[in-house]
Design a protein around this ligand. Structure first.
Ligand SMILES: [Zn+2]
Length: 352
């Protein structure tokens, strides 16, 4: 990986797979090698595909679910398209439903029309790779999702988890909204926004609220050999599994972490804004907090490609003021946001 500008990580970050491989897990080792092959495949695919003409069938997004039939092929065999009745393959049906639920959340809670706000079709490939792949992806260049089946030991089928599907579609939205560079603080904000979408859609689907949700990310895909309950905890970053490297306070942010290490800590440091989001959601509710964040994310003057946590806070505060004045958020929202970020060590008053 020479260029860090695009989101190229799967749902399972490389560092997690490396941790598992170091503990002698062969499946994790295998997945790391597979991810290199997938990257090569995507590079090839990028060159041959003219994606731009194939994205809209109208201004209402259609879902197209393909079966990769345990190969690395994209759009290999169309199994279910928008409006089709359920098919034999349960994984296809679940993917169809979860993509639908995510689009429904975008429309009803965020007022967004699919990935690009213009009704872009959602293309998903299931049974991607060898039938045991321990990962899920959104490839921005191909405008496609791909889900591995998991080996059943370390991880279970990725398409069966709503927060995985929504997290990946969150990356797709970021790609269209502000293209946060996938390294260091901007990369952590990119990851963070996907977790916001992941948890918000999961709570929506499960009928939960900020108080009743578990705030775990990836809890439905961890298998019996995974050393913990989830990949991340937004409520208590660093506690999801044995070896969880996420931090919950800006004191623990290391600006000199090499880019070779999790792209400069995009998944370690997303814990900082994740916790601030959790704290805000506990005050105003998850949907209102998600709408606030989503609105702020459009302030590209402040949340530019290289934005920092402090800049994100500034944009969120500006949007909070606007939305409060419009009567769309509770009056105390601005101070709730300030307090939440102060608790994780990010303040607009202190220079970073
Ligand atoms: Zn991600």
């Amino acid at each position: 990986m020479s260029e860090h500008s695009e989101h190229k990580e799967g749902f399972i970050p490389r560092y997690v797979l490396k941790q598992m491989a170091e503990r002698g897990n062969e499946e994790a080792e295998k997945t790391l090698i597979q991810m290199i092959k997938i990257e090569e495949k995507v590079e090839k695919e990028k060159k041959k595909t003219q994606v731009t003409n194939l994205l809209h069938s109208g201004n209402v997004a259609e879902r197209l679910i393909y079966d990769s039939e345990n190969t690395d092929e994209f759009k290999r065999k169309l199994i279910r398209k928008e409006g089709d009745p359920p098919v034999h393959d349960e994984v296809v049906n679940i993917t169809y439903d979860f993509c639908g639920k995510t689009l429904e959340y975008f429309k009803s809670k965020l007022k967004r029309n699919s990935i690009d706000n213009l009704g872009m079709d959602v293309i998903a490939n299931v049974h991607y790779f060898d039938g045991e792949l321990n990962n899920a992806f959104y490839f921005p260049e191909l405008r496609q999702l791909a889900f591995g089946d998991g080996d059943g030991v370390l991880f279970k089928n990725f398409a069966r988890s709503i927060d995985v599907v929504a997290h990946e579609l969150g990356h797709a939205v970021t790609h269209h909204v502000n293209q946060l560079k996938y390294e260091r603080q901007s990369g952590a904000l990119n990851e963070h926004f996907s977790d916001v979408i992941g948890t918000a859609v999961q709570q929506f689907v499960k009928g939960q609220t900020a108080d009743t949700a578990d705030w775990l990310i990836g809890d439905e895909i961890v298998g019996p050999n995974f050393p913990g309950k989830a990949l991340r905890s937004m409520k208590a970053p660093g506690t999801a599994y044995n070896g969880d490297k996420q931090v919950a306070h800006f004191n623990d942010f290391d600006p000199n972490l090499p880019l070779a290490d999790d792209d400069g800590g995009v998944h370690y440091y997303s814990g900082i804004p994740n916790k601030a989001f959790y704290l805000t959601a506990m005050k105003i509710g998850t949907d209102k907090a998600a709408f606030l964040w989503y609105t702020a994310w459009h302030n590209r003057r402040i949340i530019h490609r290289h934005a920092t946590f402090k800049e994100a806070l500034k944009a969120i505060l500006e949007s909070a003021e606007t939305l409060v004045n419009r009567g769309e958020l509770p009056r105390e929202t601005v101070s709730f946001v300030k307090n939440a970020f102060e608790e994780v060590g990010v303040s607009t008053l202190v220079p970073v």
